[in-house]
Design a protein around this ligand. Structure first.
Ligand code: HEC
Length: 105
């Protein structure tokens, strides 16, 4: 806190908009998808093979949200887990994106 006080003093007048609080805001589905998922699941979610094609098997996305979010956060077989880089909310956002907008691409 001492250093923060010094920085604020040196910096002059600060307002909330001078500080970058974007790390507190959950990233959107498309943001998460492009950063972490697209390299395997492809631009349209159809991947390069059967394993990475999210839409090849109709049953796959019929699985409940909670279970798919566990796969996203903890990983599943050849898919690594993302719990170290995504919050639960961000995993939910990217799952919604996969279920809705991405599907119709
Ligand atoms: C390194 C490649 C790779 C990356 C990167 C990757 N996946 Fe996967 N993903 C896979 C593979 C392979 C499977 C199939 C796993 C299985 O069912 O054996 C899979 C399966 C899935 C499934 C189905 C899970 C289930 O329970 O059936 C979902 C949903 C999914 N991925 C979403 C994502 C999301 C969201 C991201 C980004 C945060 C992501 N994947 C990143 C390779 C990847």
């Amino acid at each position: 806190m001492k250093y923060l006080a010094i920085i604020l003093t040196i910096g002059g007048t600060w307002t909330a908009s001078d500080l970058d609080f974007s790390f507190l805001t959950a990233r959107t589905g498309p943001e998460v998808y492009e950063s972490f998922c697209q390299n395997c699941h492809g631009e349209n979610g159809r991947g390069a093979n059967r394993e990475t094609n999210l839409y090849v098997d109709r049953r796959r996305l019929r699985t409940a949200d909670g279970e798919l979010i566990t796969s996203i956060l903890d990983g599943k077989n050849d898919m690594p887990g993302y719990s170290n880089v995504l919050t639960y909310e961000e995993a939910q956002n990217v799952l919604n994106y996969i279920r809705e907008d991405l599907r119709s691409r």
